[in-house]
Design a protein around this ligand. Sequence first.
Ligand SMILES: [Zn+2]
Length: 210
Amino acid sequence: MRGARSAMPTSNRGIRALAVALVLLATLAQARDTPLMLTRAEWGARAPTAAMQQHRPMRITIHHTATRAIAGRSLTEKLKSLQRFSQSRQRLADGRLKIAWADIPYHFYIDVAGSIGEGRDVRFVGDTNTRYDPSGHIGIVLEGNFEDTPPTPRQVEALVGLLVSLARKHGISPEAIAGHQHYAQTLCPGRHLAALMPDIRRDIERALAR
Ligand SMILES: [Zn+2]
């Protein structure tokens, strides 16, 4: 009897240890799937300047900054400068006037080195200068003008990692991942990145199947 009583706690302990190990493994797997990113707090984001509309992310849309990549500037500086531009009225390159947005129009920014920065909170609809409704879209912008030059391998690698993580988190299928030009009259995200989209979608499909 004594032996039987002591056998129970031992097997309970075993089950508990197994449960702890499984939770640990799940946490590690999750950590592995979440790309490293500079958070808003880390880059010193200003608060949004106006109320934003909530949405449920259902697709992911990819953009380029359409500017020349600057290798020597930190991601923090780039995000601060993009936020300053976003939150003020600006004259665009084509002469149109851009209204002041509440925050950065994109949810994520990937610089030329492949570092990821957090933009607008994903729970809120982004903004655009083109004619399409960005609600339901998670916007990712990559630094560079991909009409002129291709994205760097590090940028593409970071993009794929981020896409896989977002697709998993929000239950978004690879077919719902596209370039900006899929929705609006624009060259964005540039022909070099647009040409990579089928490969990128295939990579994501493979990663999601694992
Ligand atoms: Zn765009």
